[in-house]
Ligand binder design. Structure first.
Ligand code: ZN
Length: 253
C-alpha cells in the first residue's frame, strides 16, 4: 500500500467527482491521500474532503502565488481550520519566483506568518518552491528545525545538501519517470530512500505513460516504479519505505 502525500482533489475542474478518484486510487493500492490547500477556498475544500472520506487527510495554507490575496484575517481562518483532527500540516507555503502573481514582499509576509503558525500549532510544513531554493533555505536555516517537506523537489545537489542538513523530507513526483530527468534522478540517489515520499500532485505532473494528460492519484504506482528503477530497489521496498516516511512525517495512524 502507498500514500499519495500531495494531491489536489480539491481542484474542482480536475476532479468534478472526487469520490470516483478516491475509489480508483484505493483500487490501485493507494491507502491514503493528502489533499493540499493553496488558499482559503482550496483549504476549506480539502478539509471537507477529509471529513467526507476516511482515506483523505488535509493540509491547509496559502501558496506563494496566492499571496497577493493573503492577509491576517485569512491567517486566522487557517488557524481555525488547522484545529480539525484530520489536518496533518500547514501548506503548501513557500516561494515561487517563476510566476508573477505576487510580489516578493507579499510572498515573504505570507511565508513567515504561516511558518510562525506551524510552530505555534506544532504542525509539520509542506513547501512549494519554484526557482527559489536558495532563498527558501536561507529563511529556514535561520529558524529552529521542524518537520519540513519539500514538495515536488526540483532543486540541485547543493539545495539537497542544505535541505538534508535541515532534516527535510523530499517529495517525488511524475518527473522521476521522464526520460531527460537525469539530474533529478541523481539528486534522488543522493538524498536516498530514507527521506523520500511519493506524491502525484494530481491533476498536474502526470508520470509516464500519462505525461501530457491529467494526472490521477491512481497513477502513484508509476512514480513508485520510476523511483524504484532510479534507486535500483524493488517496488515493494520503495512502497514500504516511502509509506513509512509519509506516516512519520504527517504523523498518520
Ligand atoms: Zn500542490
Amino acid at each position: 500500500m502507498m500514500i499519495d502525500t500531495h494531491c489536489h482533489l480539491n481542484d474542482r475542474k480536475g476532479f468534478p467527482d472526487p469520490a470516483i478518484a478516491i475509489r480508483r486510487a484505493v483500487e490501485a493500492g493507494v491507502e491514503k491521500i493528502v489533499v493540499v490547500g493553496i488558499d482559503r477556498d482550496w483549504s476549506e475544500k480539502a478539509v471537507a474532503l477529509a471529513e467526507a472520506h476516511a482515506e483523505v487527510y488535509a493540509v491547509v495554507g496559502w501558496h506563494p502565488t496566492s499571496a497577493a490575496k493573503y492577509n491576517r484575517e485569512e491567517l486566522a481562518i487557517i488557524r481555525d481550520l488547522a484545529a480539525h483532527p484530520k489536518i496533518v500540516a500547514i501548506g503548501e507555503i513557500g516561494f515561487d519566483f517563476y510566476w508573477d502573481y505576487s510580489t516578493l514582499e507579499q510572498q515573504t509576509v505570507c511565508l513567515y506568518d504561516q511558518l510562525d503558525l506551524a510552530e505555534e500549532l506544532d504542525l509539520p510544513v509542506v513547501f512549494h518552491c519554484r526557482e527559489a531554493y536558495p532563498a527558501l533555505l536561507d529563511v529556514l536555516e535561520k529558524r529552529p528545525i521542524r518537520p519540513y517537506l519539500l514538495h515536488c523537489f526540483a532543486g540541485n545537489l547543493d539545495d539537497a545538501k542544505r535541505a538534508i542538513d535541515l532534516d527535510c523530507t523530499f517529495g517525488v513526483d511524475g518527473p522521476v519517470t521522464y526520460k531527460k530527468a537525469d539530474d533529478l534522478r541523481e539528486c534522488m540517489r543522493f538524498i536516498g530512500i530514507d527521506r523520500l515520499v511519493l506524491e502525484t500532485d494530481a491533476p498536474w505532473l502526470s508520470p509516464v505513460p500519462y505525461r501530457g494528460k491529467p494526472n490521477h492519484p491512481a497513477y502513484l504506482g508509476h512514480i513508485r516504479d520510476g523511483l524504484a528503477a532510479c534507486l535500483n530497489l524493488s517496488q515493494e521496498e520503495v512502497a514500504k519505505k516511502t509509506t513509512d516516511n509519509a506516516r512519520r512525517f504527517y504523523r498518520l495512524p
